[in-house]
Design a protein around this ligand. Structure first.
Ligand code: DUC
Ligand code: ZN
Ligand code: ZN
Length: 473
């Protein structure tokens, strides 16, 4: 034993299962020992600190094609830098297949964007928008075999939505290949109907984004996605759940023995539809889908978090600059909510918000925080136990937290490519201070010391959720 390359000494280590006092010995980028009195070439004193697995944010959008005239605010450089400074060591962005294009084209373009630019490790989900016979028969199975073991389908957005027959066919490919399907659940036809009514009434301000996407359209689509998965007999992930009615659909499915994983996000415990009614079009800063709801729904989401309905707490980081011709205030978007790009930044604030609102306020314990923000992401997306825990043999991806540190969220202090934070002014307790990626100190006492290119792309194995069928208890 020892000396190690680095020892993190005197801290309180937390995994999804246990919280205990231990030193961590790191050698060659992996955790080599947990013990007492370990010695190393470098010793990081973690007295009064929590030592947690690095955060894994399994739902982020980086440099994703976003339609004519619109550009996402983050490159892989800025997006992963922001993630790292928010206590994350891995993110899973979406590689979008645009209609008429192959998965291989999409993947090679996306890899080229990431190559050499990463501050965290990354792995990609696919978005399937054009499930042709060739895509479902050859391309997607080949991609799954290459380590792209999860993909997302949309029930909304004209350019992305799949109809039920297409969703069934895509789920069938998941069943045959052992991949995991993620579903964006909102009923596009119902939304279209409401958008047309709003437009006829001249209600084109940002607040109409929320009233054209009420909870009913999410509840119906959640029920339908679960039903389709039940018919095909595949596990699914319902992403970015925003309200209690959708939570109830998931609970009912679980009671039937279905294998449904649920994800929620900071915007559904901290933002409301009232934010979209901000003065002078400022509401555009909060336009995302599903939209933020109200305080009563915050409580429903908390009930789901506390009751174990949610396995995943992700950011759905999808940043567009506000005051920008290619962002929220693009020429069409500055007078019509239908042209405001959907999505908000949040990869750097995800962990402090859940720690502050959850752990510091006594709603969840530290082990559950670790499960919701790291371990369950690794298990769900085929990265465990290399990622998502602190155990001998795991990558030394570690975030050292000061649980008593307090700050006020200011975009000026964040590191993404957007020009605002939807959480501006929010007071939080608990901050990541030092972050190690595969044993290399990347953030020290809140300051970036790692280098662009230190992060790597990782292919993934099958999801732990896929071993069970959709119906098995
Ligand atoms: N869905 C997402 O998952 N992210 C941003 C926009 C959207 O609709
Ligand atoms: Zn979505
Ligand atoms: Zn998303």
């Amino acid at each position: 034993m020892g000396p190690f390359d680095i020892v993190i000494a005197n801290g309180t280590v937390a995994t999804a299962a246990d919280v205990f006092a231990a030193d961590i010995g790191i050698r060659d980028g992996v955790v080599a020992a947990l013990g007492r009195g370990l010695t190393g070439a470098e010793v990081i004193d973690a007295t009064d600190r929590l030592v947690l697995p690095g955060g894994i944010d399994s739902h982020v959008h980086i440099d994703q094609p976003s339609g004519e005239g619109i550009t996402m605010a983050d490159t892989f450089e800025t997006g992963t830098r922001s993630a790292l400074l928010g206590g994350n060591t891995m993110v899973l962005p979406f590689c979008l297949q645009e209609r008429g294009r192959t998965l291989r084209e999409a993947l090679s373009e996306y890899h080229a964007k990431a190559e050499g630019n990463l501050y965290t490790d990354v792995s990609f989900h696919l978005i399937i928008s054009d499930p042709t016979e060739a895509v479902l028969g050859q391309e997607l199975p080949a991609a799954v075999a290459d380590g792209y073991t999860s993909f997302k389908v949309f029930m909304t957005y004209e350019a992305l939505r799949l109809n039920d027959a297409q969703i069934l066919a895509t789920m069938d490919t998941a069943r045959r290949t052992g991949a995991l399907v993620m579903v964006h659940c909102e009923n596009e036809d119902a939304i279209r109907y409401l958008i047309d009514r709003h437009a006829a009434d001249g209600r084109l301000e940002p607040a109409s984004h929320a009233t054209t996407r009420p909870t009913a359209v999410e509840r119906e689509a959640t029920h339908r996605a679960i039903t389709l998965a039940e018919v095909v007999d595949v596990p699914i992930v319902i992403v970015h759940v925003s309200n209690g009615a959708a939570v109830e659909e998931i609970e009912r499915a679980r009671r039937r023995g279905m294998n449904v994983t649920a994800e929620t996000c900071p915007q559904y415990i901290r933002l409301t539809a009232k934010d979209l009614a901000g003065m002078d079009w400022e509401g555009a800063k909060f336009v995302c889908s599903p939209p933020p709801r109200d305080e009563a729904e915050w409580e429903n989401i908390w009930r789901g978090i506390e009751a174990g309905v949610f396995d995943l707490f992700s950011s759905d980081h999808c940043p567009f600059r506000y005051d920008d011709e290619r962002g929220k205030l693009n020429p069409a978007g500055r007078s019509d909510f239908r042209h405001i790009p959907n999505g908000i930044p949040g990869v750097e604030t995800r962990l402090p918000i859940l720690f502050s609102e959850g752990v510091a306020k006594g709603r969840i314990d530290v082990a559950r925080f670790v499960a919701l923000t790291s371990t369950n992401h690794a298990k769900t997306y085929g990265l465990y136990p290399r990622k998502g825990t602190i155990a001998v043999g795991s990558d030394a991806d570690i975030a050292i937290w000061d649980p008593a540190a307090r700050t006020t969220v200011r975009h000026a202090d964040l590191h993404d490519g957007a020009d605002y934070s939807p959480y501006e002014g929010l007071e939080v307790t608990g901050l990541p201070r030092t972050v190690l990626l595969r044993g290399k100190v990347m953030v020290r006492d809140g300051a970036l010391v790692g280098t662009r290119g230190d992060g790597a792309y990782l292919p993934r194995g099958p999801s732990a959720k896929v071993r069970r069928t959709a119906r098995s208890p």
